[in-house]
Design a protein around this ligand. Structure first.
Ligand SMILES: Nc1ncnc2c1ncn2[C@@H]1O[C@H](COP(=O)(O)OP(=O)(O)O)[C@@H](O)[C@H]1O
Ligand SMILES: O=P(O)(O)OC[C@H](O)CO
Length: 492
């Protein structure tokens, strides 16, 4: 009987399980959304138990009837959970990567000089985005968490670690090197937790998981049902693998809740001078780690969700395209969706959302168009930074993720960037990358050449705007970004 590789992709808005065959084609899938818990402005939480239930549900549905040789887990990164090792009970909800409650912690680190240490050692900059500050917040604010952590009874994990712990019946407390590289607690060169970084956030080492390769036959054990767990990696790193960006200079841009552009920079970390992050792209077994430069954008698809769930001007995310297509241009309107401040390349926690340039002529259709353009302008900002940092000039942008179903948005991306945009046949590259990493460790695929042969283009959008139209639009975008800055006082 043929066997298959399974993947769980635990994302910010939903959890999917998929089954892949040897060609990298999806043969089964199941997906469910979970609640976005917004207790107050700037706070974003998920219920860890709901996420676990959903992961078990989707895996049960998707894997039924298939012989699964190995399973890989990909996850929303940075989102932080602390739980009691004796009972498995979380110390409150998970604090999601978009949550800005730790702005004061990040600001203090930036002010007192420890920011430079963090930047150098972890490749990240103090920001609300990463796990270190979230973990510090839980230790300081959740009853009993600090004492339990000091006693060794409280465990920390990003969502990979939480799922692995539960899938293995509490036998494995591990994370992979890509997830660890998003915490501000790991030294990028030693690939180990670093005492100076732990001290910055007051984190006891005893609560931290073991750091393992992203793809490995023995690190993660088996699920309680006996399926071999052979890979774990952050979702954006998994998408890099799914897009077969195995050669330095290859990049992908994933359009989900946020956007994340990763450029493979090879086996040495490259430090950014232009607002990007340095991160581990992936590590396969005992091979040297491969690093990436990353441009992280907090709000892209989430702005479409906002039109749907808060403004109610569309009923589904897909309707954003039909609404935006009713008008030929943005009518002068620019939307900077800085709901969590601005991430790359600006890193401005003091920014907030701004819609500028409106006149009485403008309609909901212009707002829908401005939303799609905002996704594309933010991506151009990180592409520009990436080209400056690395010297790499993209001749095509490989894309994937939920928003890439929107043809108008992808056409706008080609127009705004001035570079063709290419979407692969399997747009679920995150789950595919987790499956590839798991399948490599299990001997299902022999090497990355075999994976590369599975990559096929499904669609390519070519730029149509004149250089002048492109330059004018980009100038206006920057004018709008300036107006979104300096809007809130940090910690006020
Ligand atoms: N046709 C579409 N047009 C624009 N945005 C879309 C479309 N379909 C989905 N989205 C957006 O894509 C996001 C979901 O993409 P997905 O890759 O599943 O994200 P995640 O992994 O972050 O959960 C949502 O924010 C949704 O608003
Ligand atoms: O769940 P996604 O696809 O929105 O990705 C979230 C990122 O991992 C956050 O860093």
């Amino acid at each position: 009987m043929a066997d298959y590789i399974g993947a769980i992709d635990q994302g910010t808005t939903s959890t999917r399980a998929m089954v892949f065959d040897h060609d990298g084609s999806v043969v089964a899938r199941h997906q469910v959304e979970h609640r976005q818990i917004l207790p107050r402005a700037g706070w974003v939480e998920h219920d860890p138990d709901e996420i676990l239930r959903n992961a078990l549900l989707v895996a049960g549905e998707a894997f039924q009837g298939y012989q699964i040789r190995a399973l890989g887990v990909a996850n929303q990164r940075e989102t932080t959970v602390v739980w009691d090792r004796r009972t498995g009970t979380p110390f409150g909800n998970a604090i999601v990567w978009q949550d800005t409650r730790t702005d004061r912690i990040a600001e203090a680190l930036n002010r007192d000089g420890r920011g430079e240490l963090i930047r150098h050692k972890s490749g990240l900059r103090p920001a609300t985005y990463f796990s270190g500050g979230k973990l510090q917040w839980i230790l300081e604010h959740v009853d009993g968490a600090r004492d339990a952590a000091e006693r060794g009874d409280a465990l920390f994990g990003t969502i990979d670690t939480w799922l692995l712990w539960n899938l293995t019946g509490g036998r494995v407390h591990a994370t992979d090197v890509t997830n660890a590289s998003r915490t501000m607690l790991m030294d990028l060169e030693t690939l180990d937790w670093d005492d100076e970084l732990l001290a910055c956030f007051g984190v006891p080492r005893a609560m931290l998981p073991r750091i393992c390769p992203s793809s490995d036959p023995s690190s993660y054990g088996h699920t309680t049902e006996g399926i071999a767990l052979t890979a774990a990696l952050g979702d954006q790193h998994a998408a890099t693998v799914g897009q077969v960006c195995f050669t330095p200079g290859e990049a992908k841009n994933t359009y989900g809740t946020g956007n994340f552009l990763l450029l493979n920079t090879g086996t040495e970390p490259v430090r950014s001078e232009h607002g990007l992050l340095t991160t581990v792209a992936y590590r396969f077994g005992s091979a040297p780690p491969v690093y990436a430069l990353e441009g992280s954008i907090a709000v892209t698809g989430a702005a479409v969700q906002w039109l749907r769930d808060r403004l109610h001007i569309i009923g589904t995310a897909a309707e954003c395209e039909t609404l935006a297509a009713r008008v030929p241009d943005n009518g002068g309107m620019y939307f900077v969706p800085a709901f969590s401040g601005l991430f790359a390349p600006y890193w401005r926690a003091d920014a907030r959302g701004a819609i500028v340039g409106m006149s009485q002529y403008d309609t909901d259709a212009h707002l829908a168009r401005a939303t799609l353009e905002a996704i594309c302008y933010q991506s151009r900002d990180v592409v520009e930074a990436m080209q400056q940092d690395s010297g790499v000039t993209l001749d095509v942008l490989k894309v994937d993720g939920g928003v890439t179903a929107n043809d108008l948005c992808m056409q706008l991306q080609a127009d705004i960037l001035g570079v063709p945009v290419s979407r692969p046949m399997v747009a679920e590259t995150t789950a595919l990358g987790a499956a590839y990493a798991a399948g490599l460790a299990a001997g299902y695929w022999n090497d990355t050449d075999e994976l590369r042969a599975n990559w096929h283009e499904s669609h390519r959008w070519k730029p149509t705007w004149s250089p002048q139209q492109r330059a004018e639009g980009y100038q206006r975008w920057h004018d709008a970004v300036r107006r979104s800055l300096d809007w809130i006082e940090i910690g006020a």
